[in-house]
Ligand binder design. Structure first.
Ligand SMILES: Nc1nc2c(c(=O)[nH]1)N[C@H]1C(S)=C(S)[C@@H](COP(=O)(O)OP(=O)(O)OC[C@H]3O[C@@H](n4cnc5c(N)ncnc54)[C@H](O)[C@@H]3O)O[C@H]1N2
Ligand code: MOO
Ligand SMILES: [Mg+2]
Length: 436
């Protein structure tokens, strides 16, 4: 009755037509459809101090050898190894100290026979010396010392270029800038780094039942948890969302907001309103925008009604409204797409196998169960993080991973080895490893 009287009758009928034809595809197929539509984002040059967490848009090349000179790895004495030959406890050899250098100093002293330079860790080896005697291996006095063992050529010397050779590719383009990458960039004097720009991601949530976080509960209403949750998921990827607010389940306002967001943003995320309910307007909104719906049903639980569409301006992620469904939809679909947009070469969630700690029921669709993955003395184990339903919010909070159970009829037993996807880590995998 309501639908027929609505002024948007034809649109809603349109959405019904899409629903009737919902054709579930595998998660792998869904990801592949999305990844084909990903457009790479532009590049920008930023200061090194701001580069942590970004993705390299060019490889890091060794501008020079590392270390750039032969240096001592110990505090001790630089000597000519030939002068140490024959030293033993019964026949110590004495050396005269002719100079003393700290790291950063360069000694110009010329080492003659049984002469030594007192040298600190990291200092460049004086010309003609080719070994370092550790302080602990000497009996020292003011300007001399004795040794009781011989030293081989280059003993205790860190060789020029042993860590990196000039011209080597040290880090591939598309890598995440970790603290280690920052160290390498600093080593080579990269004051600025070429990275992909961060995508502008519009985020809005739909639902007339939704209250702001600060509002006391009212009959029939709940607080909007998806907005803050997806915001945090984006932030975990280093993306600051463009928050577009909580929308009522009203087709006109949903249409106007999503259309405008698609124009302004590189990608748009919505939550709620993608199922078949009378007030689930996102399918109709996508249709009215002329967006190409890539899929609207995935063989997965939760999040089976996740709907992803595409316009000339970018991807539209219609995550389903249930908190666990939104959360899983983001990690499986939005995350790799955004990482691929910024040129990451490892956009997929990190994968592992672990030993299941309790029996679990089968489902005809692949299940992504919010789970706790942890170390144990016998290896890694995994178990559900709590209430295992699409509408659970607590299991998202307790979990750090997904147990992935392929669809089927037979349940899973405690002790079985299962697939696990890990959450919250910067860098993931080059491939989607899950077989469905
Ligand atoms: N007849 C059918 N009904 C449903 C189907 C179906 O296939 N046939 N699918 C079910 C599945 S599976 C899911 S998941 C949900 C998806 O629903 P929608 O994406 O349309 O989302 P809503 O209807 O807007 O909300 C569902 C649920 O989630 C709560 N919600 C929504 N937004 C938020 C938010 N921002 N923060 C917290 N909670 C939120 C909302 O109150 C509802 O309880 O549809 C099933 N139905
Ligand atoms: O989309 Mo629903 O989350 O499968 O439960
Ligand atoms: Mg609904």
């Amino acid at each position: 009755m309501f639908l027929i009287e609505s002024t948007h009758y034809s649109l809603e009928r349109g959405s019904l037509a899409i629903i009737e034809n919902r054709n579930p595809i595998t998660v792998k197929e869904a990801i592949s459809k999305i990844m084909k539509k990903v457009d790479k984002i532009q590049i920008e040059i930023i200061p090194l101090s701001e580069a942590a967490g970004r993705v390299l848009a060019e490889p890091v090349l060794a501008i020079h050898d590392v270390p750039p000179f032969n240096r001592s790895i110990y505090d001790g004495y630089a000597v000519r190894s030939v002068d140490t030959t024959g030293a033993a406890s019964h026949s110590p050899i004495a050396f005269t100290v002719i100079d003393r250098i700290a790291a950063g100093d360069v000694s110009t002293a010329l080492l003659g026979k049984n002469k030594a330079v007192r040298i600190m860790t990291g200092a460049e080896l004086p010309k003609e010396s080719d070994a370092v005697v550790m302080l602990e291996e000497t009996v020292s006095s003011e300007d001399s010392f004795t040794i009781r063992k011989s030293f081989t050529q280059l003993e205790n010397v860190s060789l020029k270029g042993e860590d990196a050779k000039k011209g080597d590719v040290i880090i591939e383009k598309g890598s995440h800038i970790t603290p280690g990458v920052i160290a390498v960039l600093a080593t080579f004097g990269y004051t600025h780094v070429k990275v992909a720009k961060r995508p502008v991601v519009g985020l809005l949530v739909t639902g007339s039942e939704l209250l702001d976080v600060s509002t006391p509960l009212k009959p029939g209403k709940i607080r909007n948890s998806n907005g803050p949750m997806v915001t945090a998921q984006l932030k975990r990827l280093g993306v600051e969302p463009r928050w577009l607010g909580v929308l009522d389940d009203d087709i006109e306002s949903c249409y106007l907001s999503v259309k405008q967001a698609a124009k302004d943003c590189d990608a748009v995320i919505t939550t709620g309103g993608v199922s078949v309910g009378d007030f689930d307007y996102l399918p109709a909104v996508f249709e009215r925008m002329g967006a190409e719906v890539l899929f609207n049903k995935v063989k997965m639980r939760p999040g089976s009604v996740t709907t992803v569409a595409h316009t000339d301006n970018g991807l539209l992620f219609g995550l389903s409204g249930n908190p666990s469904s939104s959360f899983v939809g983001f990690e499986l679909f939005v995350r790799p797409a955004l990482l691929a947009m910024i040129g990451s070469n490892k956009p997929y969630l990190p994968y592992n196998k672990a030993v299941l700690q309790e029996d679990l029921q089968a489902n005809s669709f692949t299940q992504f169960i919010r789970a706790i993955y942890e170390s144990s003395p016998t290896g890694v184990i995994v178990y559900p993080a709590g209430f295992n339903k699409s509408n659970s919010v607590t299991s998202i909070a307790r979990g750090n991973s997904f147990i992935v159970l392929p669809g089927g009829t037979e349940g899973y037993k405690k002790g079985e080895i299962v697939d696990v996807l890990l959450l919250g880590l910067d860098e993931g995998g080059e491939n989607w490893f899950i077989h469905e």
